[in-house]
Design a protein around this ligand. Sequence first.
Ligand SMILES: *[C@@H]1O[C@H](CO)[C@@H](O)[C@H](O)[C@H]1NC(C)=O
Ligand SMILES: [Zn+2]
Length: 409
Amino acid sequence: MIRYLLLLALAGAACAEKARFDNYRVHSVLPESEHHLRFLRELEENNDFLFWNDVRAVNASVHIMVPPHKTAQFQEIVDFVGLKSEIYINDVQKLIDAENNNPAARSGIFGWNAYYRLNDIYNWLDSLEAQYPGVVSVVVGGTTYEGREIRGVKVSYKAGNPGVFVEGGIHAREWISPATVTYILNQLLTSQDPAIRDIAENYDWYIFPSFNPDGYEYTHTTNRLWRKTRSRSSSLCYGADPNRNWGFHWMDGGASSSACSETYAGSSAFSEIEARSLSQYISTIADKLSVYLSFHSYSQYLLIPYGFSNAHISNYDTLMDIGKKAINSLSQRYGTKYVVGNIVDVIYVASGGSMDWVRGEYGTPITYTYELRDTGRNGFVLPAEQIIPTGEETLDSVLTILQEARSVI
Ligand SMILES: *[C@@H]1O[C@H](CO)[C@@H](O)[C@H](O)[C@H]1NC(C)=O
Ligand SMILES: [Zn+2]
């Protein structure tokens, strides 16, 4: 019997189908009291519904995905508690089907009109090394649970530059993050704009499009909405949140000790090989880093440390000042509106993130975490047509940060 079940399980794994989200809706609900907030936090902890964004504050909408078979249950809950609810996405599967249907994705030429698989990104990084000898070198920042490389590039036009670290894709489903990071990398190498050439050539860049390659591949092959790593602990659930796993104020609020939670912090600090090996890599270059930029989606925020506390860090005023200038630059091109602030103030407590660790361990002066487009109408499933506009406006703000950083580093 046991052998039979094992065979069934193996067969199931071998022909595992892609998760589908037909008629899954995303509702935007509005907490209007502390009572509503407490209720929503409890609902999130139950893991009955997938929350697409965080429960933040009164009047800040919360986006909750509701499968068709739970529509009645959800409606009952919302009515019972008296929450205002609006449908943001009517059919998640339709959005997924439309997200990446550009033929460019299948043409074999890497670009920014479609989202790409990990190997396409890695092959492109390798091609840059060949194309820009002496400037681009491929670097390996770590290893994943499933044995993949965490591959990045170093871009250096001359010796002695201050270093900028660019991290993408730590959360697997946030596809706009790796796409934006590769967009920025490409511009640093190809742009003729003197301002871009200036930051490209007078900083050294360490650029990693995907900090969570196993998770990213899994979002392509199996479940578009996967967030975590793919490690296996003893429990029924896979993975930990790699942005709750870093060893600075680990499990100090806004992280879960439950393995099935989307924000499971892992069994210990750096239990995830991705966070552990990347932290070791960062340690080898930390004395060269003046700037650390982390890219997530979605919500249109520019966030400063820390996530475990909103106590003002030593250069809070400087980071806020530069941040305001950066989001102003970002808004110029397409009118995209961001909010800048401390993580706790803007979202909620979240401990164990990579930016907190870099800042806490090494005191890196200029550190920001982006939550890229949009504000929930597409959420994680941002249509590929928005990659280039997102890349353009984001680079506008990165330019401002690096220009402004010069006077303080
Ligand atoms: C929430 O919004 C309502 C209506 O705009 C307003 O009256 C109330 O003061 C707001 N509450 C908070 C805490 O922002
Ligand atoms: Zn994220």
